[in-house]
Structures are given as C-alpha cells and as structure tokens.
Design a protein around this ligand. Structure first.
Ligand code: HEC
Length: 386
C-alpha cells in the first residue's frame, strides 16, 4: 500500500479519466432507489478489488477489512455496498472516494496524526499494521541482534531497509515486494525476511501452510495503528461505529486469524535512522527525494506534472525518480533498450500493462495527457543510470 501524495495536482489532473470512469460505474451500479423515507441505506465501503488479505471482489474471500466493515454494518443493522477503487494512489484514493462522497467509510486507514488533515476523521483503532520478521519456526527471533551474520530480505525503500542499512554485520537482500521476500525465504536465498507483515502472514497461511513464524516488530515506522476512516461530516456515523466496535473485538480477532494477519504483541526494535523516523509510516514507495527537475516540455508533455504522477504512482514499483537497481524495471534504460521504438513500447506497455508480469494497465486510470507527461518526464532520466 502506498501512502504517497501527489502534491500540487491541479484540479484538472484530478478530474481525469479515472474519476469519470469511476463516477460512471458507481452511477450504473447504484441500486434503483425507490426512496421510502425510512428505508435503510447501505453502509457504503470503498475498497480495492485486488488487495488481499485486506479486500477483494471475490465473494469467497472478501478480505480482512471488508469483513470487518461487514461485521460493523451488521451491528448497525445496515446492508453493505462496495465501491471498488484501485488503491495504488494512497491519499489520492481517499480524496477521490471517501472525500468525494463515493462511500461512507474506509476500513484500515493509518491512524497517524496528519494522515489527511482534518478532512478525515477516525474510529477507535481496530488493528496494527507494520513489518514483521519471518523465519523458520525454530529460529530465535527476539530482536535485531538475532539477525547478526544472517541474510535478511528487506523491501526496497522500506523502514527495515533503512534500519538495517547501518548494520554491516547483517547481509541485506533487497526485494521489491513481500511476495518476493517470502519466495527468497522459501528458496533459501535468505535466512529471515523483514517485510510487510499482513501480506507475509497471508502468504504464510495460504501458500506456505503456516510453515514460518511471524514476529511483528515495533518502533518508528515499523508499526502503526489503523482505524476506520470517515469524511469529516460523518461524525454521527463515526460515533455510531465507535459504539459497536467494543462488542466486535472477538469477531475482529477471529478475522485476523482467518487471514493470517498478525495483530499481536510486537518486539521492540531500536531507533531507526532519520528517514525511518518520519511521522508517517515509511512504506514501499515512500518518496523522499526533492531534487529539482527541469520543467520545460520534452516529448510534448509537462515534465513536472509527469514526475509528480510518476512518484505518486509508478515509483511504488519503478523507484522514486525512476532510480531502480533492478534492470528489468529500470525505466532509465528505455531509450537504450528500445531506441526508436521507445515511444511506441511505452504507450503499449502503459496502456495495456503486462498483467502476467506484474505491470498494471493504466489506460482506464489516467488520461493520455497525463501519461504523456510521464513520458516526457521519463525522457529526462534516460541514461541516468549509466
Ligand atoms: C505494481 C508494480 C508496478 C507499477 C505500479 C507500475 N509498473 Fe511499470 N512495470 C512493472 C513491472 C513488473 C514491469 C516489467 C514487466 C516485464 O517483465 O516485462 C513494468 C514495466 C514497465 C515498462 C516497460 C519497461 C521495459 O523496459 O520494457 C514501462 C514503460 C512501465 N512499466 C511504465 C510504468 C508507468 C509509467 C507506471 C505508472 C503509471 C508504472 N509502470 C507502474 C510494474 C509496475
């Protein structure tokens, strides 16, 4: 989950194809209301259709957060309806769904002081989310010193990576996702994985038959509380939800266990370095660099806007400012790799994605103008890795 903000977005850019498509689809999906005055309105939840263990549009496994939302709605005596929205964009997602009245609540927002300012209000905390150590069940994992001399998988640009960067006696192996971390562990390429716990726990349960132990860690940027978020105007609903949450504690715990997501006691890890002490949890895709870039048009688009979109959305996988050690997804090599076909390859890949390889399709998410801005930005970083 990225929590990056695309800063300084013009209203213009925000009102792209994505929102129009979203508005249209929710309008079409909305039930025909034959409004009786005391008709019970569904509790509308915004959720990502492909974000297990948290949410999915597969009715067989709706995911932890959706099921918590369903349990809350049931207590309130209301049915649930879901507005699907891809959550690659973090705060932008919240702005375009919850704050645009597309839904009443979002389960699982990070309960940090200034997540979105006063625009978003929260229920009582419902869970903890963060990083965990994953290793063989007989391995001693009680603190950072137990990692001495071991090979440890850390996610690119994550708090664990920052934290271990200072420890020469621990061999870091950078991975791009929790899935990749679990694979490295399973293949014996690392001894321990220090990765995002919810996904690791879910994979441990569903793909690895509970083979590994999971030890949640605690410390700056390693663990934070999550809650149910509402728009500021929904104070009454928030209070109602807070009223039923205590009676749902055991159901909620059972749901955590069902999805293999740890929510228990965590081991304390020492202070992380500067970057990891950011108030907001540092997650994969956190963009820290604020290097000025040229803003003159190249390739016909707005380089600055393109860079912002890139860092808000694409950097999650391709690295902030396209700095990426993994050659296969190093977009600074596009020119070298494709020469005259660079532009056509870009458009084909970005429009249709390469779903089997993990590259999403963006044509229904961003307008061609927006994607052209990204292309113009990418032109400015070609060859930068050589
Ligand atoms: C969820 C991860 C993810 C996100 C987010 C993502 N990509 Fe990708 N992208 C990939 C992967 C993985 C590949 C490599 C696919 C392959 O192996 O062929 C890729 C490939 C590409 C390529 C082709 C690279 C080449 O050398 O052939 C381009 C261009 C690209 N992405 C652009 C973008 C842009 C622009 C965005 C943001 C709008 C974006 N990607 C967001 C995962 C992602």
């Amino acid at each position: 989950m990225t929590r990056n903000e695309v800063r300084n977005c013009s209203r213009h850019a925000l009102l792209g194809k994505a929102i129009r498509a979203l508005l249209l689809s929710t309008m079409l999906a909305a039930p025909v209301v034959s409004a009786g005055a005391d008709e019970i309105k569904p509790l509308r939840l915004c959720a990502d259709p492909t974000n297990l263990p948290f949410s999915s549009d597969d009715p067989g496994k709706p995911g932890l957060y959706l099921e918590i939302g369903q349990a809350v709605a049931q207590k309130l005596g209301r049915p649930v309806s879901t507005t699907w929205y891809k959550s690659y964009f973090g705060k932008r997602t919240v702005r375009e769904t919850l704050l645009s009245k597309q839904c009443d609540a979002m389960v699982g927002l990070p309960l940090v002081d200034d997540f979105m300012g006063p625009a978003v209000i929260f229920s009582k905390p419902i869970a903890h989310e963060g990083y965990a150590l994953i290793g063989a069940k007989d391995r001693k994992l009680t603190g950072i010193d137990d990692l001495r001399g071991l090979r440890v998988a850390v996610q690119y640009q994550s708090t664990p990576q920052n934290l271990l960067a200072l420890r020469d006696e621990i061999r870091k192996v950078t991975v791009l996702s929790p899935d990749e971390g679990m694979t490295a562990l399973e293949q014996g390429k690392v001894d321990v994985a220090f990765i995002w716990a919810p996904v690791a726990g879910w994979l441990n349960k569903t793909a690895y038959n509970d083979k590994y132990q999971l030890v949640p860690t605690e410390g700056a940027g390693l663990l934070w509380e999550t809650a149910i978020g509402f728009a500021k105007a929904s104070g009454a609903l928030r209070d109602e939800v807070d009223g039923v949450l205590p009676s749902l504690q055991s159901d909620i715990s059972a749901l955590f266990a069902k999805y293999g997501v740890p929510n228990g006691a965590a081991i304390k890890f020492g202070q992380a370095n500067q970057a990891a002490q950011a108030k907001e949890p540092v997650t994969v895709g956190q963009v820290t660099s604020d290097k000025p870039v040229q803003t003159a048009a190249a390739g016909g688009g707005d380089v600055k806007a393109g860079r912002e979109l890139f860092n808000g959305t694409c950097a999650h996988c391709h690295g902030p400012d396209a700095v990426q050690a993994e050659r296969k997804i190093d977009l600074r090599l596009l020119k070298k790799r494709y020469a005259d076909d660079m532009e056509s390859t870009y458009w084909k890949t970005v429009h249709d994605g390469r779903p089997a390889k993990g590259m999403p399709a963006w044509k229904d998410v961003y307008s061609d103008d927006e994607l052209k801005n990204v292309y113009s930005y990418l032109l400015t970083v070609q060859g930068a890795s050589d």
